[in-house]
Design a protein around this ligand. Structure first.
Ligand code: BGC
Ligand code: IFM
Length: 809
């Protein structure tokens, strides 16, 4: 069952009923002012940091699930009836409803008793504000006397404090209203720098800034007293809950249309501003007023919206493909790329499942997210790499998370996730392959942000590799530490002494549990580093030797007969083996070892992939392990805390599926790779939206596995490494358009029933127009000249167009 459809032309998903299985959200903002918005206008806004600079209030895990947002009410003076043109919060049964989620904008249109309304929300480039544009049309045969009420609830900036510290924050709220603009100035008193404002383009009939005055005692947003009555009370908030509501009265003749603009924004007075008289509690509006005036003009809004769309054209233009599969085209060309950019901006901070309060950026996650956006914004990827590397410890280890504002490693969480450092090598390799900017390797980068500890980035990569070699366990495999990619496989963090408390993951690094996953990742990273070293004329053989040795150890201790094992626990017992009663086979080492090239030559890879298909594949994707753990196991940790089929306990952890797609491509099996790709492809699952439940336009972290009663149901959409890795799998391995250090490679491994495909790829300043067709033998021509079909395409001059024709058999 569908709840809407894709409009590929306009790059929108069109939702045609408000009661989607879950709130289907979108993101506003691309630079510093951001928000989430649901298909019924729920959500909130913030400036840079969703915890510390939260503009509007939102209550997670609410009933209804999505409540609180950018709300409008329309009231008909004739009948006294009122409704919300975005359905929430009044939930009036609308005659028409349509929500269009586009790239960084959302438009919700509806019709009720002859009054058409369309509300468009977006954040203009270069601004710290959002525009709401309300377009009203009277389709009745008589004039309509209407009232429009707006409504936002201001958060008192620190969202954590806002939700917990009521003894204080019921007293601190302050507002100011001048010339129809509502200023929310809580905190201005002490800091005198930032405030929020909410403005309207029309003369006001009234306003409210005290929530209870607007809603009325014992009422909620579905029937505010001000709206019911048809008049605001011009309330001014002193403490309690500052709120922003404008009241506008208009008369629309039959057939007449009108536009009303609202601007909700964040403002920081310039640091050196001298214009506040000492002790003044009045907001200084000198610098913000012209900005407000400008964005209340329709022409400014039109131009701002056009600029936003043009920016997305430019970003998405980096890769556009045309394949025989429509779902693939729209995901690669639009939605997967868009989701990658959202993970760049949001990391794991703000979504329907992340509250914006936990603000850490993952060392591992950030390096992987980079794979998905590096081709669109290489210069931002460079900055990101330098930020991440500066948090690395001098041991080569890594803080598991760092703070986006201070860019310091997070001491509360600490380090000891032993896969972390290797991701830096993989992230840097991706950047170098895309940009060719080898100079980044010489950039001085501190360890743990300590001044004076700077070393070239290349030194960081060496230490990352050495970190693993310094920590090998009894079988010669890498020690797992607190966990590897699978955060929940905590093999060193328990106590088997009755009555002793469990160890926390913080003191779990002393154990001897080993990870086959990290071993595979090491082989991959060592080969990548060897390639980089060779490229800049540094010794590289030692890395290749280390990779080979590790591959040998995997063959000896990591191979189970039909698949790669997962780990050895604290006691040296094997995990992920046919000899286990549960958790016999895990997906992660199959993907990662094969991506590292382990078992590819000797047939182990093909065997492992057959086992994946036989034991782990479901119609909804590949589950993480089998059999699921039926009960909690001290020696395994969090993984077994989940009921069977959910999350790391045999859920379909979508991040791991592309590793299997890549592995299938590596062994030349395009049918299998693409089959797995489509199983979890959001657009291809649109028709079963009542089962999948999350948005059909973006990936979710997890789909419930076959052991779960809700098999096929997705959770945790948007902010997941799934986005970057699926994009890599389809674009670089299945379609095979793969940046390498020396140039672009085109090496597709496509399904056997595809006649071919075309693509346009911007790469290092040139445009590659690629056409892949079927033929008797593999042949490649570049600009009409025959070329080695196994070769890397030559670099082309800036601005040039390269015609690439590949025939595959
Ligand atoms: C979750 C994992 C997640 C981890 C983040 C755990 O509680 O279950 O999925 O990766 O926290 O560190
Ligand atoms: O690898 C992790 C990731 O870092 C955070 N989300 C869950 C994944 C698997 O545990």
């Amino acid at each position: 069952m569908r709840f809407g459809h894709f409009d590929d032309e306009r790059r929108e998903y069109v939702i045609d009923r408000p009661d989607t299985p879950l709130p289907w959200i979108n993101y506003l903002g691309t630079e510093s002012y951001f928000g989430i918005i649901s298909n019924t206008a729920g959500g909130y806004s913030f400036y840079r940091d969703a915890r510390l600079r939260r503009l509007t209030r939102y209550r997670y895990n609410n009933a209804p699930f999505d409540f609180g947002g950018r709300y409008l009410y329309l009231r008909d003076a004739g009948s006294g009836e009122y409704w919300s043109p975005t359905w929430q919060p009044t939930q009036t049964e609308l005659d028409e409803y349509e929500c269009r989620h586009g790239l960084s904008y959302t438009q919700i249109a509806s019709g009720y008793k002859g009054i058409k309304a369309k509300v468009s929300y977006f954040v203009p480039l270069g601004e710290t504000l959002e525009v709401w544009r309300l377009q009203l049309t009277n389709e009745r045969e008589s004039a309509a006397e209407l009232s429009v009420f707006s409504s936002v609830e201001f958060a008192l900036w620190d969202a954590q404090d806002d939700a917990t510290n009521y003894q204080r924050n019921f007293n601190t709220g302050q507002v100011e209203v001048e010339d129809g603009v509502i200023y929310h100035k809580t905190e201005y008193r002490e800091r005198r720098d930032h405030f929020a404002y909410f403005a309207c383009s029309e003369p006001l009939a009234g306003f409210d800034t005290q929530r209870e005055a607007f809603l009325g005692p014992y009422r909620a947003w579905d029937r505010p007293i001000a709206v019911e009555r048809g008049t605001s009370s011009d309330s001014v908030a002193h403490g309690w809950q500052p709120h922003g509501s404008h009241h506008v009265r208009i008369t629309l003749e039959p057939g007449e249309s009108r536009e009303i603009g609202f601007v909700l924004g964040y403002w920081e007075n310039p640091k050196d501003a001298k214009f506040d008289p000492p002790g003044s509690q009045t907001i200084n509006k000198q610098t913000v007023r012209p900005v407000i005036e400008r964005w209340l003009q329709q022409e400014t809004v039109d131009a701002g919206f056009a600029a936003l769309r043009a920016n997305w054209d430019r970003l998405l233009g980096t890769l556009q493909v045309h394949t025989p599969d429509g779902d693939t085209n729209r995901m690669v060309n639009i939605w997967n790329a868009y989701q990658n950019m959202v993970t760049f901006n949001m990391s794991r901070s703000t979504s329907g499942f992340e509250t914006g309060i936990g603000r850490g950026m993952g060392f591992r996650d950030s390096n992987q997210d980079l794979l998905g956006f590096v081709h669109m914004i290489p210069e931002r990827a460079r900055e990101r790499i330098l930020d991440i590397a500066a948090t690395q410890l001098s041991t080569g280890g890594a803080y598991h998370q760092y703070q986006p504002l201070t860019k310091r490693g997070n001491n509360d969480i600490g380090s000891g996730f032993n896969d972390d450092p290797l991701w830096l090598i993989l992230g840097v390799a991706a950047y170098l392959k895309e940009s060719g900017d080898l100079s980044i390797l010489d950039a001085p980068v501190p360890y743990d942000n300590e001044a004076g500890s700077e070393q070239p980035l290349y030194d960081h990569l060496q230490r990352s590799l050495q970190y693993t070699l310094d920590r090998l366990g009894p079988h010669g495999l890498p020690l797992i530490g607190r966990a590897d990619w699978n955060d929940c496989l905590n093999l060193n963090c328990f106590s088997d002494t009755p009555g002793e408390p469990f160890q926390t993951t913080e003191n779990a690094t002393g154990g001897v549990a080993e990870s086959v996953f990290i071993a595979g990742q090491f082989v991959l990273a060592a080969k990548e580093l060897a390639g980089i070293a060779q490229c800049v004329g540094k010794p590289h053989q030692e890395y290749l030797d280390a990779a080979e040795k590790m591959a040998g150890t995997i063959a000896e201790h990591g191979w189970d007969g039909a698949w790669f094992r997962r780990a050895y626990d604290f006691y040296g017992n094997v995990i992920g083996s046919a000899s286990n009663d549960e958790g016999q086979i895990f997906v992660e080492p199959q993907g990662m070892c094969i991506m590292g090239g382990v078992g590819v030559e000797d047939g182990l890879a093909v065997k492992a992939l057959a086992s994946v298909r036989e034991r782990l594949a479901t119609p909804h994707g590949v589950v993480l392990q089998q059999p699921a753990y039926s009960s909690y196991r001290l020696e395994l940790g969090e993984i077994s805390s989940y009921p069977p089929g959910y999350k790391e306990n045999a859920g379909i952890f979508c991040h791991t599926n592309p590793w299997i797609m890549i592995a299938e491509a590596i062994v030349g099996n395009g049918d299998a790779a693409f089959d797995y790709y489509r199983r979890i492809l959001p657009s291809a699952r649109e028709a079963i939206s009542e089962v999948h439940r999350c948005e059909p336009y973006v990936y979710a972290q997890m789909i419930a596995g076959k052991d779960a009663p809700t098999h096929g149901e997705a959770k945790n959409s948007w902010l997941t490494g799934t986005a970057a890795y699926n994009f890599t799998a389809i674009s670089q391995w299945i379609l095979g358009i793969r940046p390498e250090l020396t140039g672009l490679r085109v090496d597709p491994v496509i399904p056997s029933d595809w006649p071919g495909f075309t693509a346009v790829r911007q790469f290092r300043g040139a445009t590659y127009r690629i056409s892949v067709t079927r033929g008797a033998v593999r042949a490649l021509s570049v600009d009409g000249q025959d070329f080695d079909p196994a070769g890397v395409l030559p670099l082309a001059p800036e601005g040039s167009v390269v015609e690439v024709n590949l025939t595959v058999s």
